[in-house]
Design a protein around this ligand. Structure first.
Ligand code: PXP
Length: 239
């Protein structure tokens, strides 16, 4: 079975546009769960542009499984250690980016990433590393002791029609390599109601983390309906 994690960051983006109290990421998350989402993801960015510290605390107290996306910094490791969410996904973070661009360089920053993985695991948190579908990064992720990788699907999602098949092949090969190394495999970034068709050809997937397309659709049809439509597409996953 393929699980859906809904990223509720952009509910907070709408709220922060007016520095208001609503819409509430927690209220949205609870509706996502009601519609069948397996998990809820939120990214506490260093600049706090959308999710705030209090959102993370509220979500962690109320949702079944919170996946905290975070940069590899002492501040974030310390916040996660106090909060103890179900899982943490370590991502690269640049202040000027619109969204997470590219995967974490686990191989290049091996000691720093491994120290964060170990600290989080000591707190009983499952750890995922958000990486490009690259064999060197996958090996480094396995060596770091992480439980999961989350494959960055942005290159596939943004690819021109002519290179989409090649990007998908890269994701399929990476998933197989990660499974051989006993890593569990998630995927996320840029997945929408159309390009998910290709994503479902990737073997070994445990979970898809999807934010922008679901929150965007929710504006038109409501968040429960938006989640249900995505789950209906995921239902036939063969693994
Ligand atoms: N996974 C990770 C690690 C991310 O950083 C993001 C974007 O915040 C997502 C999944 C969701 O991407 P999208 O909003 O494009 O669905």
């Amino acid at each position: 079975m393929l699980n859906l994690g809904v990223n509720v960051d952009h509910v907070a983006t709408v709220r922060q546009a007016r520095l208001a109290d609503r819409p509430s990421p927690l209220a949205a998350a609870l509706l996502c769960e009601k519609a069948g989402a397996w998990g809820i993801t939120a990214h506490l960015r260093e600049d706090r542009r959308h999710i705030q510290d209090r959102d993370l605390r509220d979500l962690n107290a109320r949702v079944r499984r919170l996946n905290m996306e975070m940069a590899v910094t002492d501040e974030m490791v310390s916040i996660a250690g106090e909060l103890r969410p179900h899982s943490c996904c370590l991502v690269p973070e640049k202040r000027a980016e619109l969204t997470t661009e590219g995967g974490l360089d686990v191989a290049g920053g091996f000691d720093r990433v491994t120290a964060a993985v170990r600290a989080l695991k000591r707190s009983g948190i499952l750890v995922s590393l958000f990486i490009d579908p690259d064999l060197q990064q996958i090996q480094a992720a396995a060596d770091s002791g992480a439980d999961y990788i989350e494959m960055h699907t942005g290159s596939y999602a943004n690819a021109a029609a002519s290179s989409r098949a090649a990007e998908l092949d890269r994701l399929k090969a990476a998933a197989a390599a990660a499974a051989d190394l006993h890593l569990r495999v998630n995927a996320g970034h840029g997945i929408d109601y159309e390009n998910i068709r290709g994503i479902l050809e990737i073997p070994h997937l445990c979970e898809l983390n999807i934010g922008h397309s679901i929150i965007g659709r929710a504006i038109l049809v409501g968040i429960e309906q938006a989640v249900r439509e995505m789950l209906a597409l995921m239902r036939n996953y063969q693994g």
